[in-house]
Ligand binder design. Sequence first.
Ligand code: ADE
Length: 233
Amino acid sequence: MQFAVLSLFPDMFTSPFAQSIIGKAVEKGLLGIATHQLRNYAAGRHQVTDDTPYGGGDGMVMKAEPVCHGIEDMRHRYPEAHVVLMTPQGQRFNQAEAEHLAQKQALVFVCGRYEGFDERIRSYVDAEYSIGDYVLTGGELPAMVVMDAVARLVPGVLGNEDSARQDSHSDGLLEFPHYTRPAEFRGEKVPEVLLSGNHARIQEWRRNEQCKRTEERRPDLWQRYTQQHKSDN
Ligand code: ADE
């Protein structure tokens, strides 16, 4: 999987992609990450990438020319790429979208700063994503969130192929509770069934816990899950 990023702050991507599981995947050549300085696509001596909004108002707006010029160069460099714009106005990113993006050969992330993008930029990208209903200072952290969620779905990135499939959200439910040694911690015991060695009982207990948890903590997911399973039958 090739990731490319168009940003005014490409250095922000260095450390997160040099560590841990993602760092190892980069070393192994399973993931490539290339960052591109958006300012290099801006014209003139001052290489300005933002300007005041037409109609007035607070803040600055990302200019169409440098961003579109940058996107065109990305499409030239990565002809297979799916180009995504990070914006609080985008489609809400979730596990299903991570799975969809993980099928692509290359992803380009366009990260903005300031109040937002000139509206005319939108027609140059393939998708717009928001990572949640809150506003960050730029698209870099959201792009890293999406990249991380996609990267761990790329075959070989996680050691154990099953661990991505068993995640919270991958089947529309939250994950079951996990325990490791010791069997008793400060008076709290690990549920007996997990020590039983009875695989079928353990599976059943875990499924039950998943349902209980999802219903209690995420009624929105639970409703979707029960509706889907109703229509399956
Ligand atoms: N840029 C600023 N806030 C954002 C968010 N919540 N999601 C995606 N991009 C953003």
